[in-house]
Design a protein around this ligand. Structure first.
Ligand SMILES: Cc1cc2nc3c(=O)[nH]c(=O)nc-3n(C[C@H](O)[C@H](O)[C@H](O)COP(=O)(O)OP(=O)(O)OC[C@H]3O[C@@H](n4cnc5c(N)ncnc54)[C@H](O)[C@@H]3O)c2cc1C
Length: 380
């Protein structure tokens, strides 16, 4: 049973406190996001939370989800990442799908029966969408034939549907292919799971398509969507960037708790570490930067919900500022914890591996800085 919107953050916090925090070290070590945890995310209604009511969903906005995403990240950013692609798929379908595509996918997403993946990146193409090589062409009898390689597909070994950027034959610009999972793992659609240093547990798949016949595949938005994939998928990333900012915010929250724990329990000289000015300065700075990141993330979420003109700039800025704060916060807390941040099982050691994911996911930070600067300079 899904928690009500008001109860959602509290229900997520209970799940994090009772189930996640006692086991996250073990899950991280095994690189395993257990099915029971995914089932709980579905019970909480998180993956399909944004599906509109007319398709059986709860119709929540990004702003409604910020506290829940942040609370999940307080336990493990992999949980927040795991619900993200289905939220992106929801945004894609609602904003750009045909009515038939919405009716096909949104109800099962709302019920938690379909989880989605979102795939832009290729071995030779990340930010540079002009380098996308995966191709699609019409299949006789319906559907598409696919060729090419994809990389870093979150949830990509088990999701029920993949929203994937590919160049449609005859179109100069890429399209967004809606690809049901049938045939994944076959010789024509090979799947490999990537091993990662952090953000573990989330499946990160690499695909290789070789003349893969996908009878159920179609272009998002139908024929009118051909050549619109870049616009559609970058538009949905506004939602994902707020999700990533919440991952970072949850890490900052946890770093503050670790720093306070050190300050109030570790004895140094003739007192507690927290009685020393340098520890107080560090914790004060952590608290101040968290307030700034929180305010920007909330403002970005409101802009994304309103689809206002500054939604792209604000969601990008929130993701940038939050991710850099997260990486910095781990270091600040680790200075107080010192060797207690360096054993493999120390929480700060895991956060040190997890935090940089927020600087890369949903766009590498430097590439995003360029994207912010170029229009301001009137450059293409
Ligand atoms: C754990 C993890 C999960 C991920 N999950 C997904 C997923 O589910 N779906 C998905 O599609 N992708 C996913 N990604 C991929 C991620 O979105 C890309 O890694 C990211 O967009 C950056 O792309 P890139 O790594 O190719 O680097 P690039 O963006 O190509 O950056 C490489 C370098 O080129 C520079 N650069 C970039 N653009 C320009 C430019 N215009 N001019 C000059 N220099 C430039 C950058 O500053 C950087 O130094 C994931 C990645 C990770 C690590």
């Amino acid at each position: 049973m899904s928690a009500s919107t008001d109860d959602l953050p509290a229900a997520v916090r209970r799940f994090v406190d009772e189930t996640v925090l006692p086991q996250v070290d073990e899950w991280d070590r095994r690189d395993d996001l257990p099915q029971s945890a995914i089932d709980r995310l579905v019970e909480l209604g998180l993956p399909g939370a944004m599906v509109p009511r007319e398709y059986g969903g709860r119709g929540l906005g990004v702003s409604d989800l910020v506290p829940a995403w942040r609370a999940l990240s307080h336990g493990w950013i992999s949980l927040t990442g795991a619900v993200n692609p289905t939220g992106l798929a929801t945004a894609l379908l609602v904003r750009h799908g045909t009515e038939a595509q919405r009716e096909r996918w949104l109800p099962p997403i709302a019920r938690g029966e379909a989880l989605a993946s979102f795939s832009i990146t290729e071995p030779q193409a990340g930010s540079d969408i002009g380098r996308i090589e995966t191709s699609a062409r019409p299949r006789s009898g319906g559907g598409l034939v696919l060729d090419g390689e994809k990389r870093w597909v979150a949830g990509g070994a088990s999701s029920q549907v993949v929203f994937m950027m590919a160049a449609m034959e005859g179109s100069e610009k890429p399209s967004c292919v809606v690809l049901p999972a049938d045939g994944r793992g076959s010789a024509s659609w090979q799947v490999e799971e990537l091993d990662k240093v952090g953000y573990r547990g989330v499946e990160s798949a690499a695909y290789r398509f070789e003349e893969h016949e996908a009878p159920g595949a179609e272009i998002l938005g139908g024929d009118e969507g051909i050549g619109s994939g870049a616009r559609q998928m970058l538009d949905a990333l506004d939602v994902g960037r707020v999700n990533v900012a919440c991952r970072a915010l949850g890490i900052v929250d946890r770093c503050i708790e670790c720093a306070i724990e050190e300050g109030t329990t570790r004895e140094v000289g003739d007192g507690l570490l927290g009685e020393h000015t340098h520890a107080q300065l560090r914790i004060g700075e952590l608290i101040a930067r968290r307030a700034a990141v929180q305010a920007l993330t909330e403002k970005a979420a409101e802009a994304v919900d309103a689809r206002s003109d500054d939604a792209r700039e604000l969601s990008t800025s929130a993701k940038l500022v939050a991710s850099e704060a997260a990486v910095w916060a781990v270091d600040a807390a680790a200075r107080l914890a010192a060797s207690r941040s360096y054993a493999a099982g120390d929480e700060l050691a895991r956060l040190r591996r997890d935090a940089p994911q927020t600087e890369i996911g949903e766009g590498a930070n430097d590439a995003l800085l360029l994207a912010l600067a170029r229009p301001a300079l009137d450059l293409q």
